[in-house]
Unconditional design. Structure first.
Length: 172
């Protein structure tokens, strides 16, 4: 298995849009109404929205590819585009999504290490992320990497309010 991580560019938009919708639906579809999931995907992963995010210098996307096939992706944010006001010392890992057929192969760990590495390169003091309180596998995964609950916030999906735990890891 050959694995590489590549930075996404605007030319990757169609693949990014496809993998975003697919992985979001796989992760959250079983726990939410199809209407809420569809509306969220249409809004959050629209061509216009993803172009704005891809061209924002404070956000970066990276594909992880297995044998030249996109298996998942990472999105990181700094500065004003962080989804919570965490100041200039933090880097947000907004998304780590892996296609279902590639899960449990260590790809999420590679992407998480990539995000932490970017934070170090940018001389950030900490990395943070939000994770749904009922996503027990993800919570264990992040705790294994030294993330601890720092706070929480409400994530609204359609008419459904859900609690995300804000997890934080200090880095040197």
């Amino acid at each position: 298995m050959t694995t590489i991580i590549t930075k996404c560019t605007i030319s990757d938009l169609p693949e990014l849009q496809k993998i975003s919708g697919e992985t979001f639906a796989d992760t959250f579809g079983p726990f939410n109404s199809p209407e809420n999931v569809k509306k969220y995907i249409q809004k959050s992963y629209s061509e216009e929205q993803l172009i704005n995010e891809l061209t924002d210098p404070q956000s970066q996307f990276f594909f992880i590819k297995v044998n030249n096939r996109s298996a998942g992706y990472l999105k990181v944010n700094v500065g004003d585009v962080q989804t919570e006001n965490m100041g200039s010392d933090g880097l947000e890992i907004q998304r780590i999504y892996i296609r279902s057929q590639y899960k449990h192969q260590g790809l999420g760990s590679q992407l998480l290490r990539k995000g932490i590495g970017i934070a170090r390169e940018l001389h950030k003091s900490f990395v943070w992320l939000g994770v749904w309180e009922n996503n027990h596998d993800a919570l264990k995964f992040y705790q294994k990497f030294g993330f601890n609950q720092y706070s929480d916030h409400i994530f609204t999906l359609g008419g459904s309010e859900q609690r995300d735990l804000i997890m934080k890891k200090m880095i040197n």
